[in-house]
Design a protein. Structure first.
Length: 59
C-alpha cells in the first residue's frame, strides 16, 4: 500500500469516527442497519420453502 493510500485510509477512519460520535451511533449499529437493508433488498433470492425456515420473520 502506498503512503498516499495509507493516509487516505487513516483519514477515512478518522472521518467515520467523528461522524459516529456526532450522530451518537456505534459502528456495530451502523453495520447492523446496513446488513438489514442488504438482506431486505435480496429477499427475492429466497424460495418460499427457504422463507418457511424462519417463522419469526415477516417477509
Amino acid at each position: 500500500m502506498s503512503e498516499k493510500q495509507k493516509q487516505v485510509e487513516k483519514e477515512r477512519k478518522a472521518v467515520l469516527q467523528l461522524l459516529l460520535e456526532k450522530t451518537g451511533l456505534k459502528y456495530k449499529d451502523l453495520v447492523d442497519a446496513q446488513v438489514g437493508m442488504w438482506m431486505a433488498g435480496n429477499l427475492d433470492l429466497l424460495s418460499a420453502d427457504e422463507k418457511k425456515q424462519f417463522p419469526h420473520l415477516v417477509f
